[in-house]
Design a protein around this ligand. Sequence first.
Ligand SMILES: [Fe+2]
Length: 218
Amino acid sequence: MFEEFAGRYADPKFNALELAATEWLDGFYLLEHLLCTRAWALRLWPDVSPELRFAALTHDAERFFPGGPTSTPTNGFDNPDYLFAHSIRSADIVEAWLRKQQPMPEQKFIARVRTLILRHEVGGNEEEDFLQAVDSLSFLESLDWLTVDWVHTSRYSIEKAREKLNWSVERIRPSAAVKVALPLYVAAVCRLEAAHSNAMDLEQRRVVAGDRRLLLGI
Ligand SMILES: [Fe+2]
């Protein structure tokens, strides 16, 4: 049923550290979203820095580890309490993981990845705005099923879930990303609006989203 995902994120440009991170995050339902974020970064900005590539691939890592802020807040998707807690926890967890790698990446690399992850929800300079934008594109493309799941599990109404899609697209700043966002937004809204007649096996879709071997085609 989900054959179209086989090898979707295969890329000979993966470096050893990136591949190690995909092993670390294997089985995590946001793994596909992270792979998709990195893929959008490379698609829109072929000279993207290794730090941005790595931050794109790990920016939501904290959600893999219980104890973080809820990913379905009740007080709005642009709530800084939630966004900052999520970003700081991800930055801490990714930094700790990087420091355990052999060989350990350079301090400069670790510090820049940390800053990028800290800013991935709010943007900042050109590169930080870019990470925020590709995170949004990736949400619209790879997590449309999650908004349907929110409706099915009564976390949000269709109207409320749509606020997440609206917020995702409205926060995009680089014009190259705005251009490609609109068709993704329309497709995600259509899928959400049809949530009550959804025929997709959402449980299986969640498994696929965390299946490293399938997604990387290895
Ligand atoms: Fe994300």
